[in-house]
Design a protein around this ligand. Structure first.
Ligand SMILES: N[C@@H](CCC(=O)N[C@@H](CS)C(=O)NCC(=O)O)C(=O)O
Length: 223
């Protein structure tokens, strides 16, 4: 795929290895055919604190700058990218699937606290063993059920709702987590993880994550 790089666009991200919200925003841009200039700020460092203040009042990544305008928060970025750069194609045309996708994206954005806390995204980790709480196990089960419901309703064996959508972007870091930690996943969930891991955009992000030298100790869990 050839990408378009708007000269006035910049995506401010955290470390590729750990910043799951940054990955979501970047994937929506790439799937809209855009390869933005990236400014990667090393999280958990004084440099991050100093530099993020110049980009976002929330002091969080990702932030998408377009000329003088900026949009913060991964879901708002994804919606803006779909509307402005993809003719709203990052949601399905079918209104029922769109509603399902929006509910799934919202649930990911505001929920799964135990999964996010206990299984941090770590692109470099592979099948690490750890003991999860009951809440984290319930989150893993709920995510697996959601994926299966979406694929059954859309009749898709690839992306959740047929073509790639914002729902897929929201769950990409979960697929990375399911690759990073040894979990007992149902077969359909394993298939969705495998679909994500074969994606060229995600592979590019993971390979750049692999080259980062930064280590955040408290994000390194499992053995
Ligand atoms: N709801 C926000 C969450 C953003 C967020 O928490 N980002 C993390 C990195 S993945 C961050 O900026 N951490 C740095 C910090 O809190 O200092 C979104 O969806 O973009």
């Amino acid at each position: 795929m050839s990408f378009h790089t708007p000269s006035d666009m910049k995506l401010i991200c955290g470390n590729r290895n750990y910043s799951s919200w940054s990955l979501r925003a970047w994937l929506t841009l790439r799937k809209a055919g855009i390869d933005p200039e990236l400014i990667v700020l090393p999280m958990d460092t004084p440099e991050f604190e100093e530099r993020i203040a110049g980009y976002s009042p929330t002091r969080r990544v990702p932030v998408l700058w377009m000329g003088e305008e900026y949009v913060w928060d991964s879901l708002a970025i994804a919606e803006t990218v779909s509307e402005r750069y993809a003719d709203s194609r990052l949601w399905p045309a079918d209104s029922r699937l769109r509603a399902l996708g929006r509910a799934m994206a919202a649930e990911m954005h505001s929920g799964f606290a135990a999964l996010r806390e206990e299984l941090p995204m770590n692109c470099r980790a592979r099948q690490r063993r750890l003991t999860c709480s009951d809440n984290a196990q319930s989150d893993v089960q709920r995510v697996s059920e959601l994926w299966q419901t979406a694929r059954q309703q859309s009749g898709s064996s690839t992306w959740l709702l047929g073509d790639f959508s914002i729902a897929d972007a929201m769950f990409a870091p979960v697929a990375v987590r399911f690759n990073a930690y040894a979990l007992d996943l149902p077969v359909p969930a394993q298939a969705y993880v495998a679909h994500w891991l074969a994606d060229a955009d995600l592979q590019e992000w993971m390979s750049l994550a692999n080259k980062e030298a930064w280590i955040i100790e408290h994000e390194e869990v499992g053995e």
